[in-house]
Design a protein around this ligand. Structure first.
Ligand code: RIB
Length: 349
């Protein structure tokens, strides 16, 4: 068996006392020269001391706090998910530590480290990172994880996700059945599995009806960055629509990758005096609360966000409380909610 690394080993290698090593590793705030602090942390890292230490703590962890990492609370879809998580956590005597990764894999990684240091007992995450190594490490250390929204096939963790492809098909077929064949697609970058599936669904539906997608009507932004004073998706909907409206021939319908994007689309159409739905129909995705509040009200795909949060939290707490030790994989199902942003197409034969 491999010998357990102790603070004596680190002290010996760093040529300092065990008291100093302990002060640095416990973040006691006791003054230690910056070079020495750096040296100690480097050695602890090389000897894999910190992960081992956290792993030991996790096994004896009695905290009643769970970590939740979402891309951004600026999209109300995630606010509802968090509400669902929190309602269950509170009912079952747990607290929630919420982290917004601000759509950045770097910030996500930093938060994962912080949550570990805070000794959360479990984690619910909608990951924006394409690299799942950090999450795998955490699982190996014994942290219970439930993935929501973005499926993580590389992890042997419970997953509560959504049939995004079917959602994309439903939205597009809905428009086709209303007589639209000229259907544009507007989205944020396809750097998340959910968005890729929605796009696949859009293409599948067009193909099923023998409609050739028009490249000029597929507008997928290449950058994703939350700028504090402007909601990214809303703004992206505006920019992509502006580009779409420069095409010589316009579509009769637009399918937006989510509701926030659809609001940006409608905003820009309105700014350019194009009437929704009389001239262009718009369909969103998510069915967030605001889709009922805008004018015209938005036709969209219903995604049970609040329910997703509740199920994810119950799943995690069942695992933590030993009620269920098996992984669970739930795929929630979409349905179309017809409102006033869409109508029959009367311009085509
Ligand atoms: O608006 C949130 C939606 O867009 C979610 O379905 C998520 O997967 C993102 O892509």
């Amino acid at each position: 068996m491999k010998k357990q690394v102790t603070i004596y080993d680190i002290a010996k290698k760093a040529q300092t006392s065990t008291a100093t090593v302990s002060r640095v590793l416990s973040k006691s705030g006791y003054p230690v020269k910056p070079e020495l602090r750096e040296r100690i942390l480097k050695i602890a890292n090389e000897l894999n001391y910190i992960p081992n230490m956290i792993g030991r703590q996790l096994k004896t962890n009695t905290s009643m706090t769970i970590g939740v990492v979402i891309p951004t609370i600026t999209n109300p879809f995630y606010s509802s998910v968090v509400l669902g998580i929190e309602d269950i956590a509170r009912e079952r005597g747990y607290q929630v530590l919420l982290c917004n990764s601000h759509r950045s894999s770097k910030i996500e990684e930093e938060y994962l480290k912080t949550l570990l240091e805070k000794q959360v007992k479990g984690l619910i995450i909608s990951s924006v990172s394409s690299d799942k190594d950090e999450l795998s490490k955490l699982m190996k250390m014994g942290l219970n994880i439930v993935a929501i929204d973005q499926s993580i096939n590389e992890l042997n963790a419970s997953q509560i996700h959504f049939d995004y492809r079917k959602g994309g098909i439903l939205a597009t077929e809905f428009l086709i059945e209303k007589g639209h064949t000229k259907i544009a697609f507007i989205s944020s970058p396809l750097n998340r599995i959910s968005r890729q599936y929605v796009y696949e669904g859009y293409k599948d539906a067009l193909m099923n009806y023998g409609i050739k997608p028009n490249r000029a009507w597929i507008l997928i932004s290449s950058r994703e960055e939350e700028v504090s004073e402007m909601n990214y998706e809303f703004n992206n909907g505006i920019l992509m629509t502006r580009e779409l409206l420069t095409c010589s021939e316009l579509p009769t319908a637009i399918f937006a990758g989510n509701d926030m994007t659809a609001f940006g689309v409608m905003n820009e159409l309105n700014a350019q005096n194009i009437k929704v739905p009389e001239q262009i129909s718009v369909v969103g995705f998510d069915n967030i609360e605001f889709s009922k509040m805008v004018s015209p009200t938005l036709t969209t795909i219903q995604q049970p966000d609040y329910e997703m949060g509740r199920i994810a939290c119950n799943t995690l707490l069942d695992q933590l409380d030993g009620v269920n030790t098996q992984n669970i994989d739930i795929i929630l199902q979409p349905r179309i909610i017809e409102r006033n942003s869409t109508k029959e197409n009367e311009t085509e034969g």
